[in-house]
Design a protein around this ligand. Structure first.
Ligand code: NAD
Length: 377
């Protein structure tokens, strides 16, 4: 069979664009199809813009404490963040990086097709009024904010997701964050530093579910000291107007705020892809893949958030490298037990490998645990 491309990649986030570049560098005729924005969630409405805002929050904090570092002359009463300027800076950082991605794709001779891809058959994609055929197809469509059906939304509320929260043109006086995962906690940290009164409602008995519990408790303690109110074991059931209703310690409670941020996870993007239609198998809402990132259809791969394994940008990129290596006959496998991650607080939290709880479950009680106090480092 003659195909237009050796490899077609669907989605140009950090999973898709790095994969397409690698495929082209391996001598494969490659195209990438993107519906919304080059750079995907990470560059446009995820990692990069959040860290740009956090940078400003950290600069503000450093300037506030300038005297501790022997810097005199700062008029603390005049300190403020110009949100309009901050938003301009965020847009500039994002557009510079998105421009870089476009340049890299072009420089490596990857064809960029704009539009939404849908499977016509296992080797053909429909993109607008065009059909694109490829020997191999790599799905890298990412994820979207999960809007939980178990939390009722009523009345006129100022409910935001992490996407809209990036656009804030003023710092809200008070914020309620639903979900104490990475997104919820990084936003809570940011808004607290910018001056909001922040309440975090988390279902579990600790924040940051992926982090070692001892470290998660330290982070919680530090942020509590800085004024964030954590309600752990709080089950949110309803948001009505500006009030969030939740169950806490057997009691029905409520909190009123200027803004509510929903951060209870993300779901794989497969809408409109017609993946089920051509027989691709799923694990709940995610596309099922093996260690080579192959789906049940051997020439179709799925990398990044869409396979629901580990929703981190650098994991997506590496899964893409594994997929391309597999296509090129180099038989690499993905190792999920050695993925580094970071939570952008002050101090930052870095992780790799198992948490203590996971290590105990895997190896029993014969663990040797080393601790070193950061302040002494
Ligand atoms: P998450 O799954 O990490 O956390 C969601 C939290 O919401 C959980 O702790 C859960 O217990 C809680 N929750 C669920 N239902 C609730 C309810 N009714 N009431 C109160 N709490 C409830 O999801 P996230 O924080 O939205 O992040 C999504 C993905 O993005 C994750 O995979 C994350 O790793 C990734 N991410 C990573 C980074 C980073 O590495 N720095 C930054 C942002 C996002």
């Amino acid at each position: 069979m003659d195909y237009q491309y050796d490899i077609a990649v669907i989605g140009a986030g950090p999973g898709g664009y790095e994969t397409a570049i690698k495929a082209a560098q391996m001598g494969k005729k490659t195209c990438i199809i993107e519906s919304t924005y080059l750079g995907g969630t990470c560059l446009n409405v995820g990692c990069i813009p959040t860290k740009t805002l956090i940078k400003t929050a950290n600069v503000l904090d450093t300037v506030k404490h300038a005297a501790d570092f022997a810097v005199e002359g700062v008029d603390l009463s005049a300190l403020k963040v110009d949100m309009a300027k901050l938003q301009k800076r965020r847009q500039k950082v994002v557009s510079t990086l998105v421009g870089g991605v476009r340049g890299l794709l072009r420089g490596n001779k990857v064809d960029i097709l704009e539009g939404t891809a849908s499977f016509a058959d296992t080797h053909t994609l429909t993109v607008g009024d065009k059909q694109v055929s490829a020997e191999y197809i790599i799905v890298a469509t990412g994820s979207s904010v999960f809007m939980p059906p178990f939390i009722a939304l009523e009345g006129e509320n100022h409910l935001l997701t992490s996407t809209e929260a990036l656009d804030l043109d003023q710092v809200p006086a008070s914020v309620t964050v639903i979900g104490g995962g990475v997104i919820g906690v990084e936003f809570a940290y940011l808004l607290n530093r910018l001056g909001s009164k922040v309440t975090v409602l988390e279902l579990m008995d600790h924040i940051l579910p992926m982090v070692d519990i001892e470290v998660s408790r330290l982070a919680e303690k530090r942020m509590t000291k800085n004024g964030i109110l954590f309600r752990l074991g709080a089950k949110v059931s309803r948001v009505k107007d500006d009030t969030v209703y939740y169950e806490f310690g057997g009691q029905n409670c409520q909190v009123k705020s200027d803004m509510v941020l929903m951060a209870v996870g993300r779901v794989p993007n497969t809408q409109g892809l017609n993946a089920e239609g051509i027989g691709i198998e799923f694990d709940r809402k995610a596309i099922r893949t093996d260690a080579h990132m192959r789906t049940n259809i051997p020439h179709i791969y799925a990398i990044g958030d869409v396979n629901g394994k580990v929703m981190l940008a650098h994991t997506a990129s590496h899964e893409g490298m594994v997929a391309v290596a597999d296509i090129c006959g180099q038989g690499e496998e993905m190792r999920y037990d050695r993925i580094p991650s970071c939570v952008y607080l002050e101090p930052e939290i870095a992780c790799i490998g198992l948490t203590e709880a996971q290590a105990r479950e895997k190896y029993g009680d014969g663990l040797k645990i080393g601790r070193f106090n950061m302040a002494a480092n």
